[in-house]
Design a protein around this ligand. Structure first.
Ligand code: 0XW
Ligand code: MG
Length: 370
């Protein structure tokens, strides 16, 4: 199978509630990149990547030029488009780095491969091992009482894991109240963790962490470096999830060695797609770090791609997944699976199981043919 045509669209996604994080990072309306690959066997594969401004070394307008630059690899008429990992190795040799721009390419190639096999993607990644994946709900950094109200509302909808965004107002007392009020508002079995998205100093994260250390809570990526995160974990005794600092095998091993990675966010755009993330998934299973399998932001294509990998992972390795498509509008494929209570399950149709309507995506920003 060869790739015969590539089309890329940029679609603005608007959050239902503006999503505030530390250091002024905000998702209000952000642009997602939607990739369609057509094959000479008549199939269509879809991929998506949606960087959040200022969040990671990634930006929405970097995707089109990187894909254009990789055209000689994508359109190599050697029939190798079904060997996704081989093609992604060739892409890495042609253009180093740029993981986020490669992620939708890898995703769309897996969609084509699974459709060619006539199987849902999770069947190729290890089979359906976790049929119902727990979802966490991420609460924008707001007034503590409002965050507690949202936590209770989500609990009533079936959510059992809550991420509390911290640090948007650089106010330790408010962050302590956010953790306490949310913890009080949900059942004792609910997992609650506070995410600073790198925005806290060692000192502030340690002070806030120690002030809530009597509670059953976790912390997520308080500081910008693994060393500072490890120091906060040591000083507070609170379990920790690493997110921004974990993006490849080396960083996973380093976080593990430093002892601060009780859990980790595996995001397709950090690792460069599902191929690399499947390898990271296997490493995390081996070392015993619980996984959050997701991407930065996005809609139905990203959600389904990450849900397929999650579903093909043993339950013991999974902390949660993210139903990103329910945070934003428009949906790219309103018929794609979405949350049911506090869980989500993968599509059972061949491939990713998403079919966006190209007529709803506006004018393409890039069109290439073999
Ligand atoms: C990547 N986010 C900003 C969006 C997801 O919902 C979770 C969150 C994070 O940093 O963990
Ligand atoms: Mg995070």
């Amino acid at each position: 199978m060869n790739i015969s045509r590539l089309t890329l669209w940029q679609v603005p996604l608007t959050s239902h509630i503006a999503y505030n994080m530390s250091d002024g990072k905000i998702c209000d309306t952000v642009i997602t990149n939607v990739l369609r690959l057509e094959s000479d066997t008549g199939l269509t594969g879809w991929g998506e990547v949606c960087p959040i401004p200022h969040y990671l070394p990634a930006y929405e307008h970097g995707v089109a030029p990187a894909l254009e630059y990789m055209a000689p690899v994508i359109f190599a008429r050697d029939g190798q488009a079904l060997g996704v990992e081989g093609m992604m190795r060739a892409a890495d040799a042609w253009l180093q780095g740029h993981a986020y721009a490669k992620s939708p390419l890898d995703m769309a190639l897996w969609d084509l491969t699974a459709q060619t096999a006539g199987l849902p993607l999770h069947a190729l990644f290890g089979g359906l091992q976790t049929k119902e994946l727990p979802i966490y709900h991420s609460i924008s950094c707001l007034d503590p009482d409002e965050m507690a109200r949202i936590a209770a509302e989500e609990t009533a909808r079936g959510i059992t894991q809550i991420q509390v965004k911290l640090g948007a107002d650089s106010n330790n007392e408010a962050d302590i109240a956010r953790m306490r009020r949310v913890r009080e508002a949900v059942p004792s079995a609910t997992l609650v963790y506070g995410d600073w998205n790198c925005g806290a100093s060692r000192l502030d994260a340690t002070r806030v962490g120690r002030a809530v250390a009597d509670l059953d809570v976790m912390l997520e990526q308080p500081c910008a470096t693994l060393e500072d995160c490890a120091a906060v974990r040591d000083a507070t005794g609170l379990a920790m999830k690493i997110d921004e600092n974990a993006h490849d095998t080396d960083s996973l091993l380093r976080a593990w060695t430093l002892g601060c990675m009780d859990a980790v966010a595996l995001k397709t755009s950090k690792f460069g797609g599902l191929s690399a993330m499947r390898r990271a998934r296997d490493l995390c299973l081996h070392i015993g770090a619980k996984m959050c399998i997701e991407d930065t932001w996005g809609s139905d294509i990203t959600t389904m791609a990450t849900v397929h990998l999650g579903a093909a992972t043993p339950r013991r390795g999974i902390m949660n997944v993210c139903d990103l498509s329910s945070y934003v509008g428009p949906r790219l494929d309103p018929a794609a699976p979405t949350r049911s209570g506090g869980v989500i399950s993968p599509s059972q149709t061949p491939g990713l199981g998403v079919s966006p309507d190209p007529d709803q995506l506006g004018a393409p920003v890039l069109e290439l043919t073999a």
